[in-house]
Design a protein around this ligand. Sequence first.
Ligand SMILES: CC(C)(COP(=O)(O)OP(=O)(O)OC[C@H]1O[C@@H](n2cnc3c(N)ncnc32)[C@H](O)[C@@H]1OP(=O)(O)O)[C@@H](O)C(=O)NCCC(=O)NCCS
Length: 287
Amino acid sequence: MEIELKTQYWDNPKARNAFKAFILKIHGLDFTEWESRGYWDNAYTPFSYFKDGQVIASVCIYLLDAVIANRKTKLVQISGVGTHKEWRRQGLSRELTNLGLRWARGQHDGVFLFADDEAIPYYKHCGFSPLDETLEYCHAEPVPKKQGIIPLDPSNQSDLDKIYRYAKNRTPISNKLSVFSSKLLMFHALYTMRNKIYEIPDLECLVFFDREGGLVNVYDILGRTIPSFEQVYPYLASELDNRINFHFHTDNLGIKGIKTEITTGNNTFVKESFPISTPAFPYTSRA
Ligand SMILES: CC(C)(COP(=O)(O)OP(=O)(O)OC[C@H]1O[C@@H](n2cnc3c(N)ncnc32)[C@H](O)[C@@H]1OP(=O)(O)O)[C@@H](O)C(=O)NCCC(=O)NCCS
């Protein structure tokens, strides 16, 4: 039996299950919860080769709403990339990528991805270029702590529904660069941010953050309006804090004394020209 190309097959349960099994095998990632909670995203478009009902190679083209320099646009993120071991080095992954990008042509302003370490030589070989990113940070100044920050638990359906409401009604975190999709955000709520989601009812916002010793990592802030960080920080503050890293551009947070450093740590790659240099991709934009 020949290998068969399939795309846009999410409404075919057998093919979709084969894709899930493939992602579990290649990336160790189980999409079941994202799917069963109803957040599977049709903007996430697969280009896959099948043989005997199994996926042997696949690339997903995620067409994402974005804001760049105050302008609404779309960006493509390439993700879910893999080829089964016995099918590697035969050009399948590159072919699928080219097919996907041809399909998406004219619908977006740029293509980006975050590479696993082991895939860096492959992306370089296929004409992708590494892109430096900016990390914005500030020093934590002691402030009187405020009460009223509530951890949310995505295992609890009413908390999950609340997170989704915030995700759907959010204002872009940055006018320099925001990439957003409420369903991708729910992926992060369920997988990467599970224990890092807090509501500040007084400010009608959610903050995704964690703390490693004196370092506070802020991954996202969701609200109909974005409060200033001066308003937010007293709810998070601890006496031990000395530095706060923001995993997005902070232009909407009104931080005095924001500092920046260049980082390559996300293995960010782009294809051809990308509309913004040294961006800070929001952490929650990663697929
Ligand atoms: C990375 C991966 C998807 C490549 O798939 P593939 O189907 O073997 O890639 P292709 O055959 O289309 O490769 C295209 C070109 O890149 C080259 N290439 C592939 N893997 C390479 C590697 N690891 N190092 C250097 N070159 C590589 C191929 O030889 C081919 O070159 P050619 O045009 O000179 O013949 C596959 O190795 C894989 O699934 N790895 C594990 C999962 C992973 O890392 N996924 C990416 C996550 S971001």
